[in-house]
Ligand binder design. Structure first.
Ligand SMILES: Cc1ncc(COP(=O)(O)O)c(C=O)c1O
Length: 417
């Protein structure tokens, strides 16, 4: 098979693809594997009941069923859905939005792929610009999403030790040098993998920097604001016409419907819509059909606060307590859990790499994600990237607790040499 450079890049067995294959193989070979690795959301009975009710309503109404199954909608998404999203965000947060500021995508991952490549890469004037992550670690799913080599760059964070085995990353504004080689800034908030929630101050400062350099500021709100709202401290949703806010229905409990929602100025939405037509022809109808009444009523915000956020906050606390009990006085640090569905553990001075720890844990029947995968765009040479793992606490409590015990045993063995 003779491939193009695109073919070479996107079929290469590297990075995230290799890791996901490895995880799937391990899972298929050992279905009892304690699966603390993936990004699957937890099962929340109240949310599942809502999904079932909406599916029944759609199924029982012939017109709705036809609209769902029998029509290509516009690539940007069906207009009344986009209008409902815009109206809710405008009424709740005062953002100047209408349907032309909203587009849907087949999962937010697909939106990132298109948007990153709309901005970063070679330009017609012969320059090469990068998509910059102002605070690594960042989401593993970004890492191979560039069409060109060197699509990403990143800045190391500051580390604040908070006592009691907790720490928190902050944006290191002293090191964040923005010049004309940077095409856009991007942060996930809350951050996957760390559970960090960038403070309102950090967000405002990044916003100002982006404006000053006339580049967009992309905020990945897959776990965050305003929905599903998996945030454990006070933080404000952020949008203005220089911000591209990307939301998703996945972490409400609907990863299978593949619906992302892009909120941006009209130029960005039109550019996205044209590119997406080439790739997708049309967006899927299920997510918008299921969730439209929740936007019209505003209930989507309430469901997050009432059902989704408390579920994860409880799970996070239990996971932290279990790690504290199991790791005792080992030199470990947990990133302060401020949101999302993961704990990020840092084993300072760990004598083995995070990859070796991952492999040993896999042999013991526990899947986590080794931390070095979460530094897309960062220059090599920082030992910290080898000392961390990501552990999901979204699965059943018994699974999480059993996994944590084994992780602690392996870490203790590794420190003991
Ligand atoms: C930070 C972050 N952004 C985006 C995505 C993509 O989500 P989806 O494509 O399901 O909307 C994920 C998935 O886990 C994620 O963790």
């Amino acid at each position: 098979m003779q491939l193009s450079t695109f073919g070479d890049k996107f079929t290469a067995n590297s990075g995230i693809v290799e890791l996901m294959d490895d995880i799937n193989t391990a899972f298929n070979e050992n279905p009892d594997m304690l699966f603390l690795g993936g990004g699957n959301p937890g099962r929340i009975p109240e949310m599942e009941a809502l999904f079932q009710r909406r599916l029944n309503e759609l199924n029982n109404d012939a017109q709705e069923r036809f609209n769902l199954l029998g029509l290509y909608q516009s690539t940007k998404g069906e207009k009344t859905f986009r209008a409902a999203v815009a109206a809710l965000l405008q009424s709740q947060f005062g953002w100047a939005l209408n349907a032309d500021n909203i587009a849907i995508s087949n999962g937010s991952q697909a939106a990132f792929f298109v948007l990153f490549n709309l901005f970063a890469g070679p330009t017609r004037s012969g320059k090469h610009r990068t998509l910059h992550f102002p605070m690594a670690p960042e989401y593993i799913g970004y890492s191979d999403a560039g069409l060109s080599a060197n699509t990403f760059s990143a800045t190391r964070p500051e580390i604040a030790r908070l006592g009691d085995h907790l720490f928190k990353y902050h944006v290191n504004f002293d090191q964040l040098a923005i010049d004309d080689t940077i095409a856009a800034l991007c942060v996930s908030r809350p951050t996957n993998p760390t559970g960090n929630v960038l403070t309102d101050r950090e967000i405002n400062q990044l916003d100002q920097l982006a404006r000053a350099h006339d580049i967009p500021f992309i905020i990945d709100g897959a776990y965050g604001l305003p929905f599903p709202g998996i945030i454990f401290n006070a933080a404000q949703p952020h949008w203005n016409d220089n911000t591209i806010l990307i939301l998703s229905l996945s972490k409400l409990g609907l990863p299978g419907v593949r619906t992302g929602i892009i909120v941006a100025n009209e130029d960005v939405i039109n550019a996205y819509g044209n590119a997406s037509t080439v790739i997708n022809l049309a967006g899927g109808n299920l997510g918008p059909a299921l969730s439209k009444p929740w936007f019209t009523s505003g209930d989507i915000l309430r469901y997050g606060q009432q059902y989704v956020q408390p579920f994860y906050q409880r799970s996070a606390q239990k996971a932290v307590d279990a790690f504290s009990a199991a790791l005792g006085d080992l030199p470990y640090y947990i990133h302060k859990p401020e949101g999302a569905i993961f704990l990020w553990l840092w084993f300072e001075g760990l004598p083995i790499s995070s990859q070796t720890l991952y492999q040993r844990l896999k042999q013991r029947g526990v899947l986590v994600i080794p931390g070095h995968n979460f530094f897309p765009g960062l220059k090599a040479g920082w030992q910290h990237t080898q000392e961390c793992i990501r552990v999901s606490y979204a699965q059943e409590e018994s699974v999480v607790q059993a996994g944590i015990k084994i992780i602690a045993q392996e870490v203790r063995t590794a420190y003991a040499g």
